[in-house]
Design a protein around this ligand. Structure first.
Ligand code: ADP
Length: 433
């Protein structure tokens, strides 16, 4: 029997389960029954939720189009977090053009699959997964059938032995189409999105699309990075604005999202990427690396609520609690977010996945635009609601409050416990106006 590649072993595994079951039933020619399919979906969902439970912060790096430096930012962010003492995974979800293996000098590395699980490749303490590790050659073009594409993204989360992670950084496929959407939906809780753009005016349209994409999904925009902003002279280190700069800041201000900073075109970044060296560590003393470091520090403090330090790993004394708000009517989840009577504010310990205390407060008078600042003042991190309109989703994202929509009902304790244990069943956003 011909030896099978790691790619075939990993990617086809879920299809095989399906085929094997049919053969065992002695009914290979018939399709699965709806019940079989349902059971399989439930099992896949359970596996995914079990895996995600062990990932504390999930960040996506987005861009409107390719070639703007999204992977560069993802790699440098991930390695910087490792250096700060965090446990970090980096998922190269760009399945059409995986470039992360090259950037980390891992082009010749192949993935290791055992017991149906793919083991991340570890480099400098960073756990990396990329389709590049499963291809026989870097030149292989991957022609995907639609379901396989969605399937591999799911497998990258559910069938990878990620272990316990503080951060998972996802280098998303470019754009705002089906693949970034699948990634965000599979991740369930996304703690923030970083949008990478270039200075040209035309790039602003792509940023708008990315911000709208995040707002529609209730994903908090951590901010916009303007990459390739001016050129660093290799001799004197002076930055010359060879094209117009400032587009990133303008569009961030326009869209009411934070601007994280700009990174100039630096030939050393290309050199580092091409030779598999990480720029932010190998050229740490350069002005460009310092700019990158400042941006990364802002991202870390926005996500964790703590400044970046050399030993940033969470210590037991520093354990962070989270506040979850649930809109209530008659003690149960209120289907009408804007018209609820009370809010249950539930303090939780995300590490132990337990409730610390619950306090109920009366909702403020109904007034458009009032709830986001009001809940922000109460230090709410997450809202779990039945449904919410798009405008409100956007306003909460701007206030740094994550919204989970589609909760079906129950008491605040039941909802929060299910959420913490990855068991919260979500339906449609029933109030999408
Ligand atoms: P994307 O992920 O958006 O497709 P990459 O991160 O792969 O983009 O970057 C594309 C190319 O541009 C790479 O060769 C990378 O080295 C280079 N690059 C990215 N940012 C910079 C920069 N600030 N200065 C110089 N080269 C850069």
């Amino acid at each position: 029997m011909a030896e099978r590649s790691t790619q075939e072993t990993f990617i086809s595994s879920s299809e095989e389960e399906h085929e094997t079951k049919q053969t065992k039933d002695g009914n290979a020619s018939t399709h699965q029954t709806p019940n079989d399919r349902h059971q399989r979906q439930l099992e896949q969902e359970r596996k995914l939720q079990e895996r995600l439970k062990h990932i504390r912060y999930r960040l996506v790096v987005l861009s409107g189009k390719g070639g703007v430096g999204k992977s560069t930012v993802a790699v440098n962010l991930a390695v910087s977090l490792v250096l700060e003492g965090w446990k970090v995974g980096l998922l190269d979800a760009d399945i059409h053009g995986p470039s992360i293996p090259t950037m980390l000098g891992l082009e010749a590395t192949t993935g290791h699959v055992e017991g149906g699980e793919l083991y991340p490749v570890e480099v400098q303490g960073l756990k990396v997964v990329s389709l590049g590790f499963l291809l026989r050659s870097q030149q292989d073009a991957v022609i995907w059938r639609g379901p396989l594409k969605a399937g591999i993204l799911r497998q990258f989360l559910s069938d990878v032995a990620w272990g316990e992670l503080d951060f998972l950084i996802v280098d998303s496929p470019p754009g705002t189409g089906d693949e970034p959407l699948s990634i965000c939906q599979l991740l369930g809780k996304v703690d923030g999105a970083v949008i990478v753009t270039t200075p040209q005016k035309i790039a602003g349209i792509d940023v708008r699309k990315c911000v709208t994409f995040c707002r529609q999904l209730g994903v908090r925009v951590l901010g916009v990075i303007e990459n390739m902003s001016g050129f660093v002279c290799g001799h004197c280190g002076k930055i010359t604005p060879i094209f117009q700069t400032g587009g990133g800041l303008r569009i961030a201000t326009d869209m009411n999202v934070p601007f994280l900073g700009s990174i100039p075109i630096d030939p050393k970044i290309v050199e580092a990427c091409d030779t598999g060296e990480v720029f932010v560590t190998n050229y740490a003393s350069s002005e460009t690396a310092k700019k990158m470091h400042e941006i990364i520090a802002k991202i870390v403090s926005k996500v964790t609520g703590r400044p970046i330090t050399k030993t940033n790993s969470p210590s037991p004394e520093e354990k962070k609690t989270m506040k979850i708000a649930i809109p209530l009517a008659s003690g149960q989840l209120s289907p009408h977010f804007g018209h609820c009577e009370h809010f249950a504010l539930v303090d939780v310990d995300p590490e132990k996945r337990s409730i610390i205390k619950r306090e109920d407060v009366d909702a403020p008078p109904h007034q458009p635009g009032l709830l986001p600042p009001w809940l922000s003042q109460k230090k709410v991190d997450i809202i779990i609601a039945g449904g919410m309109g798009r405008r409100a989703l956007g306003l909460f994202a701007e206030h740094g409050i994550q919204v989970v929509v589609g909760a079906k009902g129950g008491t605040p304790e039941e909802i929060v416990e299910d959420y913490l244990n990855g068991k919260l069943e979500l339906g449609q956003n029933i109030c999408d106006h």
